[in-house]
Write a protein that binds this ligand. Structure first.
Ligand code: MN
Ligand code: MN
Length: 315
């Protein structure tokens, strides 16, 4: 018997039944004693193109039911080391983006009173700004690993300063992140001007364009980033559209020529030992995910993130 919460096993209750929590972990409303809290943020009113990410958390949880506790490739045994639970969904206001961002930030302020690592299932990428506001209140400006097809550094979208494409400009302006320890990986596609990325590079953002990563292992880049971060608190934000639409079609703003699933695994696995203080996986849109593969991939990437959190032992 373990002292820690365990996912409900497939030999105890068939995997297609039972609770719709992440990996069939216990639900918790009391955060006392938790090391990791999984939560859903079912929001899609910050998107500019295809919506549907409000259904992301539910579908990621559904696909996560097949994941077993031990990572056979890396030896990680996260549930032997960390007490994990699913704390449900935040009560966002689907009629108001600004009110929803307030709810997210205030909820995180409450969650972060506990010494735990929050792992959020989005939701569109606009959820990350209020999370970072709260994270920075606790830890100060953090290093940021941002995996995405898009830099999300627009100034405004339809006059709105808070939307899924403006998150990291706001985070920079508000001093929530360390600009020279901000790594944007997988950027590609079309823009409004040839200079779309230059301003953020001048702030210090380190950008790694997808075409420069094609056909290459990301283990080396991941290790370099890991070394460059050092012991600083780091937040990891994973936009599923960083992957090629061949791997993750169920998303709002797909871009061809993206990363592969093995590259995503290499990148996450290289971050082991980093002082990760929170992470999210965003932009899974089940209505465009006809096979469920996008949510399945997202669920597994969240599991891989769990496997590299501080304190996870390897078998
Ligand atoms: Mn994004
Ligand atoms: Mn994106």
């Amino acid at each position: 018997m373990s002292d820690f919460n365990q996912p409900l096993g497939g030999n105890e209750l068939a995997r297609f039944s039972g609770p719709n929590t992440f990996m069939r972990l216990p639900s918790a409303s009391d955060l006392t004693g938790l090391d990791v809290a999984f939560l859903g943020i079912p929001l899609d009113i910050g998107t500019s193109w295809r919506s549907g990410t409000r259904f992301g958390p539910k579908q990621i949880r559904a696909e996560s039911a097949m994941i077993r506790p031990y990572n056979l490739q890396t030896g990680a045994a996260p549930f032997d080391s960390l007490n994990c639970a699913d704390i449900g969904d935040l009560a966002i206001n689907t009629f108001s983006l600004s009110d929803s961002l307030r709810v997210i930030s205030e909820s995180y302020d409450r969650i972060l009173k506990y010494p735990l690592i929050p792992v959020a299932m989005g939701g569109d990428h606009s959820i990350t700004l209020p999370i970072l506001r709260s994270i920075a209140r606790k830890y100060g400006p953090v290093a940021l690993v941002h995996v995405d097809a898009h830099a999300d550094v627009n100034d405004e979208m339809f006059g709105e300063r808070e939307a899924h494409g403006t998150v990291f400009r706001r985070a920079y302006e508000e001093g929530l992140i360390l600009p020279d320890k901000t790594y944007q990986i997988g950027l590609r596609g079309t823009g409004y001007a040839a200079t779309d990325f230059t301003e953020a590079q001048e702030w210090g953002f380190q950008m790694f364009l997808a075409p420069d990563l094609w056909h290459k292992s990301l283990s080396g880049l991941g290790a370099e980033i890991r070394r460059d971060i050092g012991d600083r608190p780091v937040y990891v934000t994973y936009d599923i559209d960083s992957l090629d639409p061949a791997y993750a079609p169920g998303t709002g703003t797909p871009e061809i020529g993206g990363l592969t699933t093995p590259q995503a695994l290499e990148l996450i696995r290289a971050l082991r030992g980093a002082n990760i203080v929170g992470c999210d996986l965003v932009e899974v849109s089940p209505p465009y995910d006809t096979t469920g593969n996008t949510a399945l991939t997202a669920a597994n990437l969240i599991y891989e993130l769990l496997c590299v959190l501080p304190g996870v032992k390897q078998k």
